[in-house]
Design a protein around this ligand. Structure first.
Ligand code: SAM
Length: 429
């Protein structure tokens, strides 16, 4: 029998069944009951209530109810203790693996969070960084360590993230610690994404934006996704928002491969053209009802091409991602200024309502309201794009802030926001 299977006796108070409830309440009140174990039936109809060993010295035996201190030889874990969190399970199994070698330093360094993509667990960069873990991971016990991590977390493969490389392609430096290859399948909002975790990254932080995109009414529309990645937005536009066709631009060959496979997996390959290359050089013109510019910290370099691809007779909507600096909010936050339509005489009037302005008014996003900085950035962007469009087509256009969505807090005082900007040619009177 392995050491882990040898039961460790626990101290308990044995009493007659009719006194058990009363004694239990008393032990709970005094915080002496050991909740990790179930009450145990004893021969002769008595019941044993587990008591915390380290608190035995505080135990006063009641004089009015007959009871005695016993040992439960084969304690049964309580339901609560059997429902360990994955982090507890991971810690327990690692402790078991290392036995005597377990230390406080290792204990502190057991991760509490990770990403799961199908059967692969992706650990964060700072996981298992204590010197001893490093030594273990690289030494003879390495495979056993990563196998333990995988089994504790119900996975088959383990990888650890490094820094995202500053190569403009968001290439993650991921090391595969257990398993042969990094291709995973990740199901998100009913869409099956497939990608190689060692080559591409999946941004779980953008979940709200993916859901929002999925709910946009795009039926019959042609969309251009200028920074498609593995299809985080292309797929929701095609699968849920019913876009008729998407032109997806991406310059990272690994993301292109993942996007291709993901489109096939979801049965929408025939409604997407992948443009492999720099989206700034995209040769399309006059095709889009909608353009997605999902690049942070800024998608500004894509604004001219977004203007070119919009349908010149009817215009459309741009979804512009940007990181906006937002100083800490003062305690009493004033109501935001409503979005003003650019290119109209009333642009400065504070009382005009854009198409969905009420959505923004006083809305709590990430614990904050729509901030004046976001509003100012949105209005400046609307003005810039209006200028680009007018210059491109030699006729006036108007732009209108439809919505500002706060996606996530990117860094202290920096928010990733998305501006939905409606752009229309001004029709001759
Ligand atoms: C942030 S990722 C896209 C992720 C996705 N939009 C999201 O927010 O989850 C940006 C993608 O744009 C690609 N990219 C950046 N600049 C590009 C350019 N000029 N032309 C084509 N692709 C580009 C990168 O390779 C990367 O896959």
């Amino acid at each position: 029998m392995e050491a882990k299977d040898v039961p460790i006796p626990v101290p308990a108070l044995a009493t007659e069944r009719r006194f058990a409830q009363c004694i239990r309440e008393h032990l709970e009140e005094e915080q002496l009951l050991d909740g990790r174990y179930q009450l145990q039936q004893m021969p002769g109809g008595r019941v044993a209530l587990p008591v915390l060993e380290e608190k035995l010295s505080q135990l006063c035996l009641p004089t009015d109810m007959p009871c005695e201190l016993v040992q439960i030889q084969d304690p049964v874990p309580s339901r609560a203790s059997r429902q360990r969190t994955p982090a507890q399970k991971l810690r327990d199994e690692l402790q078991q693996l290392l036995g005597e070698g377990w230390s406080e330093e290792l204990d502190r360094d057991v991760p509490h969070a990770w990403q799961r993509h199908g059967d692969l667990v992706l650990l964060s960069e700072d996981s298992f960084k204590a010197a001893l873990w490093e030594r273990l991971g690289k030494g003879k016990q390495g495979p056993a360590l990563w196998k333990t991590v995988a089994s504790a977390l119900g996975a088959r493969r383990v990888a650890r993230r490094g820094r995202v490389l500053p190569d403009g392609m968001r290439t993650p430096s991921v090391t595969l610690l257990l398993g042969q290859d990094g291709w995973v399948e990740h199901v998100d909002n009913g869409i099956r994404y497939t990608f190689d975790v060692t080559k591409c990254m999946f941004s779980p932080g953008n979940i709200t934006e993916k859901l929002r995109v999925a709910s946009l009414p795009c039926s019959g529309e042609v969309l251009v996704d200028l920074y498609a990645g593995i299809g985080y937005f292309t797929l929701p536009f095609l699968v849920h928002a019913a876009a008729a066709f998407v032109h997806a631009c991406e310059w990272n060959i690994h993301a292109v491969e993942a996007l291709h496979r993901t489109l096939v997996l979801n049965g929408v390959r025939d409604r997407c053209h992948i443009h492999h290359g720099d989206s700034r050089q995209l040769e399309l013109r006059d095709v889009a009802d909608r353009v997605n510019l999902g690049l942070i910290p800024s998608s500004e370099e894509g604004w001219p091409v977004a203007c070119r691809v919009l349908k010149k007779d009817t215009g459309g909507v741009l979804h512009i991602h940007h990181n906006v600096e937002t100083p800490p909010a003062p305690a009493l936050w004033q109501n935001p200024v409503l979005p003003a339509e650019q290119g109209s005489p009333e642009a400065a009037s504070s009382d005009r309502e854009a198409q969905h302005p009420v959505e923004n008014r006083g809305k709590e996003v990430l614990g904050t309201r729509i901030r004046p900085e976001w509003q100012r950035w949105a209005e400046a962007t609307a003005t810039r794009i209006q200028g680009l469009l007018a210059e491109l087509h030699g006729q006036p256009w108007h732009t209108r802030v439809l919505h500002i969505e706060a996606v996530k807090s990117y860094a202290p005082h920096v928010h990733h926001v998305v501006l939905d900007l409606e752009c229309r040619p001004v029709l001759p009177a």
